[in-house]
Design a binder for this molecule. Structure first.
Ligand code: IVH
Length: 662
């Protein structure tokens, strides 16, 4: 029994590791998330029954859940130094000249890599297992963040290698998608947003609770291997290849460059393309490829002489705040926006920057007329970082008491950071609501852009979101710059949107705190909009991730007669109000593959197959490494032998019935 389970545990671990690598490192999953979860659950259950078999490199141990106070410090095996910077072409050529002089005419080449904007981290392995992670700290001594690093799914916890011990050094980063998701969640929970992925990653890596790190979804991209504190491979490019082959997530956008001109064109190319990457970079790192040459070039006290960081131009600039205006959002929230003296930031002219809310203005201590530092990061709206100088005739900003668009009352509820216009008919709110409703990923009404919506609302063609479904060709061609062709296209898109599934309809309604994810959960849990309408606070909270705040918001939204009316009109327009629920669990055997062999004492082959499939399992004919279990009966033949050779777990009928829960 235990032998079989031991084998099964190891088998599940290997499978999970393989799937983690496919998903997190290679970006090419072979199985669905649900199948992965089912495998994970199997392993968790087995380990719960045999805690003595749990090893720290088991895929279940990514979130150990250990929280603690402060971090232990550890010395680095070799100093973790920084790089000198080259801020322009001239400085890069200077660097190259120094390298050439010091190498006295020997031929050399560079490896150019992207400079990812995260935190450097050392991950130590011994006997192929991940042992310890240390932050850079002061370069000599860092903080031990092993438990947190374990939650980084692209960091393998076990690798195949002959090296008894090694250290992978690289960058822990948060990609843009995880960063944006995090900020959206924080915003909806009235928490301060992070300024950039780097800060969010830094907080996550040094979090006291590893489950917090896990939720931030960091990535680890190594760029060095050290063995006994020394560089190990004869070329830097070999280290990168070895890391990739060994199962690490290596940034593939590196290149060997025969000379400084090739290096420069690599820098220019990535400066152009940086926004297309799923993570932020702030430059390019050039390293002399040959290890012997690296040794010959050596180090200064601060940095290696064989490498340099070519930094992209700053994404921060200073300018003057000429005024502070107000933007009214979909929920009526008033957002103060700084009107700036236009300034070029990394190639784009910026004349507006968000100030978020009154508290942020207070925190920054900013006033109209001040000179400020502004920052553009990724696609995010530019923001004010800090005040650099107070204006001579500076003027304090005051949140208006009345909505600048409709004149309605503005109220700031206790405990809220936002001031809101309470007029639900406010045209600004209506415009934003229609834009949200029609947006890509929501109801997907292509063509329903800002210019069109402004006109429709201003001319009274639409006075409610539902009016979108009453648009006609006549109404549309009345508008400026609207030809018959575009009008027809828009009507077609409006029509097609009636087929959008319930989760999207729910998201489109714009209920505060109900975004894409919560909408999906609600639709899966309740199955229809009417069931959600009928649910009270308690019932709503039975849905995953729905707490009192979200439930209250939903109840409040539907208690509003206007919103009820909107729902009824959308129903009449033929939108999808019911939903095919997804089965949340695939059965106790989901994700597992069985092979039947020999005669079972009680069950026929067909019976066994049916029961396994009913429990979510799969039955196949031949045994392979992918087989989870071989169910063996009397006079089982070659399949049983094969299972033994491959180390696939073997069950008898009684054990199968146990798994089936009968
Ligand atoms: S090499 C001694 N390679 O940039 C060699 N660093 O300004 C030091 N970084 O502390 C590191 N991407 O945190 C190297 N491909 C890359 C990098 C990279 C990002 C960071 C790293 C380092 C800082 C140096």
């Amino acid at each position: 029994m235990t032998e079989i389970e031991r084998g099964h545990i190891e088998h599940l671990r290997e499978e999970l590791r393989r799937h983690e690598r496919l998903y997190y490192v290679l970006d090419g999953p072979e199985i669905s998330d649900a199948e992965y979860d089912a495998l994970m659950r199997q392993l968790q259950e087995l380990e719960a029954r045999h805690p003595e078999l749990i090893t720290p490199d088991s895929p279940t141990q990514r979130v150990g859940g250990k929280s603690r106070e402060g971090f232990v410090k550890a010395g680095h095996s070799a100093p973790m130094l920084s790089l000198d910077n080259a801020l322009n072409e001239g400085e890069l050529r200077d660097f190259d000249r120094r390298v050439r002089d010091l190498l006295r005419g020997e031929p050399y080449e560079y490896v150019a890599e992207l400079k990812m904007d995260g935190l450097s981290m050392a991950a130590r392995f011994s006997g192929g297992g991940f042992e310890q992670a240390i932050t850079r700290g002061d370069g000599q001594v860092g903080e031990v963040v092993t438990e947190n690093a374990r939650t980084i799914r692209s960091l393998p916890l076990r690798v195949e290698t002959d090296l008894p011990a090694f250290e992978a050094r690289g960058e822990a980063i948060m990609n843009r998608r995880a960063f944006e998701k995090l900020n959206t969640t924080r915003e909806s929970q009235n928490e301060a947003k992070f300024a950039n992925p780097r800060n969010a990653a830094a907080g996550a890596l040094r979090a006291l609770d590893p489950s917090m790190t896990a939720s931030r979804q960091l990535d680890f991209y190594p760029y060095f291997v050290l063995v006994e504190g020394q560089y190990h491979f004869p070329k830097h490019a070999d280290s990168l290849r070895w890391l990739e082959k060994t199962g690490f997530k290596v940034n593939r956008n590196w290149k060997t460059c025969p000379d400084v001109d090739a290096l420069l064109s690599f820098c220019r190319e990535w400066e152009e393309k940086r926004e297309s990457l799923p993570y932020e970079i702030d430059g390019v790192v050039a390293k002399v490829n040959d290890l012997a040459q690296q040794r010959a070039l050596g180090w200064t006290a601060k940095a290696p002489r064989w490498a340099i960081a070519f930094k992209f131009p700053a994404r921060q600039e200073h300018t003057v705040i000429e005024d502070i205006g107000i933007q009214v959002g979909r929920t009526g929230a008033l957002t103060p926006v700084a009107h700036l003296r236009p300034v070029a930031v990394a190639g784009v002219t910026v004349s507006r920057a968000t100030l978020h809310n009154e508290d942020e203005i207070e925190r920054l201590g900013v006033q109209i007329g001040d000179t400020v530092l502004i920052e553009r990061s990724g696609d995010v709206i530019p923001k004010v970082v800090r005040v650099l100088g107070e204006g001579e005739q500076r003027r304090k900003f005051q949140m208006p008491r009345h909505c600048p668009v409709c004149g309605g009352d503005v109220v700031r509820e206790p405990g809220e950071v936002a001031s809101r216009c309470i007029n639900t008919n406010c045209p600004a709110r209506l415009k934003e609501s229609i834009l949200h409703f029609s947006a890509r990923g929501v109801m997907d009404i292509d063509g329903m852009g800002e210019v069109l919506v402004d006109q429709m609302v201003d001319r009274g063609i639409v006075a409610s979101v539902a009016d979108v479904y009453d648009l006609t060709l006549d109404k549309l061609i009345e508008l400026e710059r609207m030809g018959k062709k575009s009008a027809e296209k828009i009507l077609k898109n409006v029509d097609a949107s009636r087929k959008q599934p319930l989760p999207r309809v729910l998201n489109a309604l714009g209920i505060p705190f109900v975004g894409e994810r919560t909408a999906q959960i609600l639709a899966d849990t309740f199955g229809s909009l009417d069931a959600i309408l009928a649910a009270d606070m308690d019932e709503l909270q039975k849905a995953d991730e729905v707490g009192p705040k979200v439930a209250h918001s939903i109840v409040q939204f539907f208690a509003e007669p206007r919103n009820r009316q909107l729902v009824e009109r959308l129903r009449a327009a033929g939108l999808q109000f019911t939903h095919q629920r997804h089965r949340k669990e695939g059965g106790p055997l989901a994700g597992l593959t069985f092979v039947l062999t020999g005669a079972l004492p009680n069950l026929t082959r067909e019976d066994a197959k049916e029961r396994i499939e009913a429990a979510g399992g799969k039955v196949t004919d031949s045994v392979s490494r992918k087989t989870s279990f071989v169910v063996a009966g009397e006079s089982a033949g070659s399949k049983l032998d094969k299972a033994r050779t491959l180390g696939v777990a073997i069950l008898d009928e009684a054990q199968l019935l146990e798994k089936l829960g009968t």
